[in-house]
Design a binder for this molecule. Structure first.
Ligand code: URP
Ligand code: ZN
Ligand code: ZN
Length: 470
């Protein structure tokens, strides 16, 4: 089945120009002005920008945490992604078993219901010689990135020696190491002291995870990578000093990269003092307006390469069902931590919000060009994580993942528009300008004007090659 997209303006990371797009067998087969194809279905994109489907490099679907599970699974979360114009997501494989390949099999079984294309990074939270042996073979399974943690002592954290060893193996095997950089030891001390003093409200989540711990841990992580001769990617950057540390290594030409997420640009830790502050609890926490501004500047000037989401939603009140696809659904959530911030599941929704929220506050305000937007939200993550040019661009031979983007469309945003399977949205009541009218996954229409025509299981499990260092 052929489709011919006529009269649109195609935006890539390098250019923005009028062009028609011919799609055959899930791929873009021709790109240019005044294309003709007699037997193709014509899609009129007049007045639309045509963006490559977004690539969200950091999501957590169906993630067990704090006695519950993040409320979007691989179907509902990927469906929500599509409504916001994202057609590829990269999830995480927990190291539930020491055997990395068993974990990949278990993840694939869950991810088979994805509605957009999906891949995953492997968490390395336990390390020994056997893990090292398997680690170097991860690329054979299409997994070319790992995540390590300098926090969550006694659970997810590896000590610096093991991070260094894992990075060395990863670097040799063409695997990128992503680091969750906080100071785990300081956090443990501060949490114990806060609880002892009866300081248990949500704001103490931020006060027990100081930004200086991240400044220190982000430089330490990059230094470990440099000593291990391995590239490093800092996830969910949220504090100005981290941007400075990343600028420091990048100015020296070292293979270090980073990501931030919309919540760190548009909110501060003050949200935690609201009566519903638990909605904003995520790790690491949001900081100050100055931190948000510095992160934004980092995206603008190229110090930070990627805008992802760290989508990891929980219900605010999981005792009250919502209607999801006509069925009542209630999943225990933030209420589990009522009276004790340490028991509030960490994470928040964002997979569908990312593109329209960032477009509104970056492109519509003429702070970031449409091409920069595409680079940060699609092309750069596709390149860094080994999916380019199959994903992240509009080019002959690429998958026909396309968002027909109306830059003039105004949307009163909130939980009723966003399609996340949860009971709240961070951007409730925000007026957004710029929204996808139609979204295509490998040429198949999956979203049109807020209506879903995608399929559970319609996504492909993607095998990734080694990525690029940007
Ligand atoms: O609060 C968050 N971000 N939960 C997900 C886990 C992580 O470290 O990214
Ligand atoms: Zn993390
Ligand atoms: Zn995360």
């Amino acid at each position: 089945m052929r489709k011919l997209f006529k009269n649109g303006t195609v935006v890539t990371a390098d250019s923005m120009k009028p062009a028609d797009i011919l799609v055959e067998d899930e791929k873009i087969s021709a790109l240019g002005e005044n294309l003709l194809c007699e037997d193709a279905e014509i899609i009129d994109a007049a007045g639309m920008l045509i963006l490559p489907g977004g690539v969200d490099a950091h999501v957590h679907l169906d993630l067990p945490m704090s006695g519950t599970t993040s409320s979007d699974d691989h179907y509902t979360g990927t469906k929500a992604a599509a409504f916001g114009g994202t057609t590829t997501v990269i999830d995480f494989i927990s190291q539930d078993d020491h055997d990395l390949f068993k974990n990949i099999d278990a993840w694939q079984a869950k991810a088979a219901k994805a509605a957009v294309d999906i891949s995953a990074h492997a968490n390395i939270t336990y390390y020994d010689d056997k893990v090292a042996e398997q680690l170097k073979d991860l690329p054979k399974a299409g997994v070319t990135s790992i995540k390590v943690f300098t926090a969550y002592n006694g659970r997810l954290r590896l000590d610096d020696g093991n991070i260094f060893k894992a990075m060395r193996v990863a670097g040799n095997a063409g695997i990128l190491t992503m680091v969750h950089a906080e100071n785990g030891d300081v956090i443990e001390v501060l949490i114990a002291e806060a609880l002892q003093a009866g300081k248990k409200s949500p704001i103490w989540h931020a006060r027990t995870r100081p930004g200086w711990g991240e400044v220190e841990a982000s430089l330490r992580s990059q230094a470990l990578g440099i000593m291990a001769d391995a590239p490093v990617y800092l996830v969910h950057m949220n504090v100005a000093g981290e941007v400075d540390q990343l600028a420091y290594t990048r100015e020296r030409g070292l293979p270090c990269m980073g990501e931030t997420c919309p919540q760190y640009l548009f909110f501060t830790e003050k949200e935690l003092e609201r009566p519903d502050g638990a909605k904003w609890i995520c790790s690491p926490p949001m900081r100050t307006e100055a931190d948000g501004a510095r992160l934004f500047q980092g995206l603008e000037n190229g110090t930070i390469q990627v805008l992802a989401t760290d989508h990891c939603p929980f219900f605010f009140d999981g005792s009250q069902p919502i209607l999801y696809e006509g069925q009542p659904v209630a999943i225990p959530g933030k209420e589990l931590g009522k009276g004790d911030f340490t028991k509030i599941p960490n994470g928040l929704p964002g997979i569908g919000d990312r593109l329209p929220v960032f477009w509104t506050h970056a492109v519509d305000k003429v702070l970031i060009s449409p091409s920069q937007f595409v680079a940060l939200t699609a092309t750069n993550p596709a390149k860094i994580f080994g999916l380019y040019p199959q994903k992240g661009t509009i080019a002959v031979g690429s998958d026909a993942d396309l968002a027909l983007w109306d830059p003039t469309l105004k949307v009163d945003y909130g939980v009723r528009v966003a399609q996340h399977r949860t009971d709240y949205n961070l951007y409730e009541g925000w007026q957004l300008k710029g929204f996808p009218r139609q979204v295509f996954l490998r040429g198949e229409l999956i979203v049109k004007d807020g209506h879903w025509s995608g399929r559970r299981g319609g996504g492909k499990l993607l095998k990734r090659k080694s990525g690029e260092i940007l």
